[in-house]
Design a protein around this ligand. Sequence first.
Ligand code: CDP
Ligand code: MG
Length: 138
Amino acid sequence: MERTVVLIKPDGMQKKIVGTIIDRFEREGLQLIGLKLINLTQEMLETWYAHHKDKPFFKDLSEFMKKTPVVAMVLKSPNAVNRVREVIGPTDSTKAPKGTIRGDHGDSIQMNVVHASDAPERAEFEISLLFKSTEIFG
Ligand code: CDP
Ligand code: MG
């Protein structure tokens, strides 16, 4: 079993597709074991996106990520990291195939509806930033 983290970004929140997104993962066989709303702070974003901090898009990205609270969830299944990355599609929504969450609902490379962990170790790090152990059920 593997765990992964998904965030529903402010564009997904504003489009009111939280239920649709969770449904996609549940239909894919992923089990929801953690769920909350959270306001990301600049400090959290600098940790979360530390590897992007010096990129030209970081300032805009962090402003975007603070626009509304985000939904944070933990999903569990065999091979959860790769399965979730397949369901969401590639980073650039304009290049993401129809049938993926970003292809169906995203607008751009920045406004791409969801974040998902890119490796199992990374997922565990993201879980530790967002959730207490008592908030994870499974
Ligand atoms: O989210 P993902 O792992 O697919 O992509 P990333 O390369 O780790 O980038 C993190 C996030 O930064 C993306 O999901 C986009 O929201 C944003 N981004 C951007 O605004 N402009 C870029 N040129 C690349 C990424
Ligand atoms: Mg990434």
